[in-house]
Design a protein around this ligand. Structure first.
Ligand SMILES: Cc1ncc(COP(=O)(O)O)c(C=O)c1O
Length: 380
């Protein structure tokens, strides 16, 4: 600390808790529509970069939000009573097994803060959601990245990584995974959980579960106290802008998480909106059907364009831009799409420089994407 304070002019006396914080690259969000309009002057922008729901949210949400507008001077219910009741019924769990978060990212952060110190390790897969490795760095902990198998989690290798590192406190598993869209089977996941010590938290991040209801592993909670399931209202429920997520866990784990979270981490408007959204499962059914239909259509178009892709169980798809294509790279296609008002996600930061992640949009968005891609790929 002393030496940092007194040396050269470029050395800041403000030193973060851990050196690993200096290695952090800020989380790269999808380019906002407004920014594209500002930078390139394109007005009719299609955003397929953040796995948001292009349909929006249930009409019941608007009503629920309107009812809250007269009460904004009042703090929200810090315990989220009504939303938790609704979630407990919906998931057949005890209310005391639930922790609410300001988006599911908040819960991932609370889990890391609650369980991981700088002497510990967090295990996650290569090509898994980037926030897991960021949390290891923030806590000054060891991040153990296990090589992926066919773009998905290699659970056998992950189990070995946990056993090899007795300081492991958390394993993060995204199912379906972002950005690859891969899905794990119940049997292999159960075997994985049974194979790790009960002192290791296995966090199943089910942000995209509504698109793939068969991936639901809630039953594991009945068997294992060290399983935590994290879900969000940001994706299929269409409430990304409000920030609401929740964790299901054993009661002792939830008691701990609820002690760590900020007292009012979910706003009054968000609590009401999420409860209304949960209540409208017909909307979720419609979202799922539209997504499936559009996903099949996109797959056909990628085939016709000669572009490889990974079969996805979520609302996005990873498309390969083969390096052999002369002068055309994933980065150049991303840029050309941007200039024509279509925002997709480049994946170089995930170690996948030849791939783009594309959120499934509405029929007209997808048509625009494919037409634009076609013109870029066939340009002289
Ligand atoms: C796998 C996964 N987990 C968690 C999140 C965080 O979402 P939110 O904080 O909006 O709930 C995302 C967002 O993209 C995600 O893809």
């Amino acid at each position: 600390m002393q030496s940092n304070q007194s040396s050269g002019a470029n050395v800041s006396p403000l030193v973060p808790a851990y050196d690993s914080i200096l290695e952090l690259a800020p989380y790269q969000t999808g380019k906002p529509v407004e920014e594209l309009t500002r930078e390139y002057g394109v007005s009719d922008v299609v955003k397929l970069a953040s796995n948001e729901n292009p349909i929006g949210c249930s009409p019941q949400v608007t009503l629920a939000i309107t009812e809250q507008l007269g009460q904004l001077a009042r703090y929200p219910d810090g315990n989220g009573y009504y939303l938790k009741q609704a979630l407990a019924d919906f998931n057949s769990v005890d209310v005391e097994q639930i922790t609410l978060g300001n988006g599911s990212n908040d819960l991932l952060d609370i889990l890391a803060r609650g369980f991981v110190s700088c002497d510990d390790a967090i295990v996650y897969s290569e090509y898994a959601f980037v926030v897991y490795s960021m949390l290891a760095k923030i806590q000054g902990a060891t991040g153990v990245e296990v090589p992926a198998q066919r773009f998905g989690h290699d659970l056998k290798a992950m189990s070995k990584a946990v056993t090899d590192n007795p300081n492991t406190k958390i394993v993060f598993i995204a199912n379906p995974n972002n950005p690859t869209g891969t899905q794990l089977g119940h049997k292999e996941l159960r075997e994985f959980v049974a194979s790790v010590p009960s002192s290791v938290l296995v966090v199943l991040d089910e942000a995209y579960i509504e698109y793939s209801p068969e991936s639901n592993n809630r039953a594991l909670l009945n068997e294992f106290d060290n399983v935590v399931i994290v879900r969000t209202f940001s994706k299929a429920y269409g409430l990304a802008g409000l920030r609401v997520g929740y964790a299901l866990s054993s009661i002792p784990v939830a008691a701990l998480l609820n002690r760590i979270r900020q007292p009012f981490n979910v706003s009054r408007v968000a609590l009401a909106a999420a409860a209304a959204a949960l209540n409208d499962q017909d909307f979720i059914e419609k979202v799922r059907l539209t997504n499936n239909e559009q996903m099949r259509w996109l797959e056909k178009q990628f085939d016709a364009l000669g572009l490889g892709f990974i079969k996805s169980h979520a609302n996005f798809i990873m498309v390969e831009i083969e390096v052999e294509m002369e002068a055309i790279t994933a980065a150049s296609i991303h840029q050309a799409l941007l200039e024509q008002g279509v925002i997709v996600r480049p994946l170089a930061a995930y170690g996948l420089p030849n791939w783009l992640r594309i959120t499934v949009g509405l029929a007209e968005d997808n048509l625009r994407l494919i037409d634009t891609l076609h013109s870029i790929l066939t340009e002289d």
